[in-house]
Every structure is written in C-alpha cells, then in structure tokens.
Design a protein around this ligand. Structure first.
Ligand SMILES: NC(=O)c1ccc[n+]([C@@H]2O[C@H](COP(=O)([O-])OP(=O)(O)OC[C@H]3O[C@@H](n4cnc5c(N)ncnc54)[C@H](OP(=O)(O)O)[C@@H]3O)[C@@H](O)[C@H]2O)c1
Length: 346
C-alpha cells in the first residue's frame, strides 16, 4: 500500500510503498478514505518520527477486515478515529490502510460525511479528555453553569472544545484573531477577545464579562503568554487549567492557586508505556494512565449523540492526496492554518 512515511531528518516524509498492516487480536483494518492534519503530525515528522514510521493520526474510512472475534464493527461499516501517527510503522492514518483496535473507533451514523469525520478525532478526543475526564464535567445532558475560559478559540481543539463546553451548559469566553471572531461565535462562544491586544487587556476583559473569573479553563496553545493569561482569569479561590503542551515550571509556580494539568491524547490509545520527544535525544517515557484507554472507548460511544446535539469538526479544507501533505505540514509550521482543518483524500 502507499503511505506517507518518515524518511530521514534531511528529506522528511516521503510517499512510499509499505506492507499492509498485520492485524493483532482485537484489531480492525480500515481502508482510509480521508485523513485530517493536526499540528502533532508535522511535529512528529520534524522532530520525533524515525525512518519508516507512518505519519498521520486522524482518519475516516471503511472497515476492510476484522480480527476473529471482533463484533463491535463489521466489514463495510464506516468508522473514524485517531491513532498515534508518526510513532509506528504499521498504523498511521496517512496510508491506504491502517490497523486500530475495534473498540477505539466511532461507528459513523449515515448523516456524518467521511471528510468531516476525518477532521474531528484529535480535537474532540482532546476536548473530552480535558473538560469531561480531567475536569469532571458530565456528558450531555449536563448541568454545568457559569463561565468557561478557552485560550485559543479558533484552534481546531478550541472550536470543538467551545461547542462541547456549550453543550455541557457553560457560557464560553475565549480569544482569537478578529478575523475569526464570527467563526468562534458560530461554534457557540458567548464572548471573544483579541489576544493580540496583550495579556493585560485580555485578562481585564475576561474578568469583566465573567464578573471575577472562572473555575475551569482549557489553554489550547499552552506556550508563551497563554499560560499566565489562563491562570490570571482563574478565580482567587482557585481552579484548574488544562493544557495541551507541557508547561514551563516557572510560570506554573507563579500561580499556586491554579492547578495546571497537561494531558496527552496518546494515553488514550496505548496499553504500554511509550517514549515521546526529539529523536535527537531527550525523549521522555509516558506511562500508561490506568483507566484512560477504557475511558476513551466509552467516550467514543457518546460521539453520535454529541454529533446529533451539534458537535462539529473545525471547517474542513480539502487539500489533495498523500503527495500534498508535506506542503500542508509547512503551512501549519509557518502559522498559515487558521480556523480550519486540512483534510486529504487517500
Ligand atoms: N496534548 C495533546 O494530546 C494535544 C492534542 C491536540 C493538540 N495539541 C497541541 O495543541 C496545540 C493546538 O492544536 P490545534 O490543532 O488546536 O491547533 P491549530 O488548529 O493548528 O491552531 C491554529 C490556530 O492557532 C491560533 N493561534 C496561534 N497562536 C496563537 C496565540 N498565541 N494565541 C491564540 N491563538 C493562537 C490561530 O488563531 P488565529 O488565526 O485566530 O490567530 C490559529 O487559528 C498544538 O500545539 C498541538 O500540538 C496537543
């Protein structure tokens, strides 16, 4: 089959012919129809993946084979999900076929288009990991109230997280560039401010509309000024800020009333510890987090209900096929992807 694989540090990813994955117990084989692009994909290609690793996390397609005993999905079913792309030589989504455990896919209802389903996996999984699992909010119908702060409302995660927080009952205040204000409002944001006006202006505006701050927040950027801004809008009594990247210790130490919680969606997909970090050296070992995989499998059973209640992927931009992905990586690395998800047709 054809796949986008890491070649070497100089040439980066290339389209190559590689073996169709061999199924392990519990696995299904998916004929990938569309694959979405997340920042982690270019980061893996640039810094983490080793020669031969298949890139790409998000996918949607059709079940082509099931391992003996698998009953949750059948050959021909349309499914979508996410794998730890860029880490293994037999399971990335930028490939004609991928293998994935049969309980870690969303069996798509008829009304969901494959190209949309390919754009939502990491964004929705990450949002649920932060807002539902880590911060203890319930799936809909939920009873949350008050304000929720999302730093980075126009990111892929931010748009989906905004929708999710609204479905759970929160009012949402967020930040984005003015060109994306209408977009984030269309995903449900009640208030949106321009982060380019600076930290003091953002904090003052958020404290004003929330009458003093929030108890829970998701910082989808988690670097630069975002950590301090997210911490400064937490009420003085304390609260929790979930992060998508590892924070710097100096910033977190400056806000002792805030619990900073970094999470990795990859812990949803593994049954053994894995290393992550630069292939040049300095990788860290991520342990198995008890209950994570089971929580994710259960969460996936809510996806159709969430979709029917209004969860949507970020706006999809179709960008061609496997050969076009490296150019998409460059766009993302250069900060040119704004308020949208690149999706490729396999
Ligand atoms: N831990 C995990 O498991 C996990 C999962 C998913 C993502 N992530 C990480 O989370 C980050 C976001 O991922 P994503 O897919 O949501 O990103 P994305 O969709 O690629 O983000 C693009 C958006 O970032 C916004 N942005 C850039 N710099 C900003 C800043 N300083 N302040 C506010 N907004 C800014 C831009 O907003 P404007 O155009 O409006 O300016 C743009 O719309 C990435 O670093 C990704 O690697 C981690």
């Amino acid at each position: 089959m054809k796949a986008l694989v890491e070649n070497d540090a100089e040439t980066g990813p290339v389209v190559a012919t590689v073996p169709v994955p061999t199924l392990q117990p519990g696995d299904i084989l998916v004929k990938v129809a569309y694959a979405g692009q997340n920042p982690t994909d270019w980061k893996h290609a640039a810094w983490i993946s080793r020669a031969g690793d298949i890139l790409g996390c998000d996918f949607a397609g059709t079940v082509a084979a099931v391992q003996d005993g698998e009953t949750r999905v059948a050959v021909g079913d349309r499914v979508a999900g996410s794998v730890h792309g860029g880490k293994f030589n037999d399971r990335g989504s930028y490939a004609e076929y991928l293998r994935v455990p049969g309980d870690l896919v969303w069996k798509l209802p008829a009304q969901v288009e494959l190209q949309d389903a390919a754009a939502i996996g990491v964004a929705l999984g990450t949002s649920i990991q932060a807002i539902v699992q880590s911060q203890g909010n319930a799936f809909p119908p939920a009873q949350a109230s008050g304000w929720y702060f999302i730093y980075g409302g126009s990111t892929g995660v931010g748009l989906v997280a905004t929708k999710l927080a609204k479905l759970l009952g929160f009012k949402v205040v967020t930040v984005a560039s003015p060109k994306n204000f209408d977009l984030v409002k269309s995903y449900g944001a009640d208030e949106v401010f321009d982060y380019r006006e600076g930290a003091d202006a953002v904090v003052a505006n958020v404290l004003r509309v929330t009458s003093g701050g929030v108890k829970q927040a998701l910082d989808t950027i988690s670097e630069g000024a975002s950590l301090a801004i997210s911490a400064r809008v937490i009420v003085p009594e304390g609260g929790q800020v979930n992060l998508t990247l590892t924070p710097d210790a100096a910033t977190t130490a400056a806000y002792p009333h805030v619990k900073f919680v970094p999470k990795l969606m990859y812990t949803y997909m593994t049954q053994e510890p894995f290393s992550i970090g630069p292939r040049a050296g300095g990788a860290v070992t991520v342990p198995v987090i008890p209950g994570d995989r089971e929580f994710y499998a259960q969460a996936l059973t809510h996806y159709t209900d969430l979709y029917e209640r209004g969860i949507r992927p970020p706006p999809v931009v179709l960008r061609g096929g496997l050969e076009d992905i490296p150019a998409g990586f460059k766009d993302m690395q250069d900060g040119k992807v704004s308020g949208e998800r690149y999706v490729y047709k396999l």
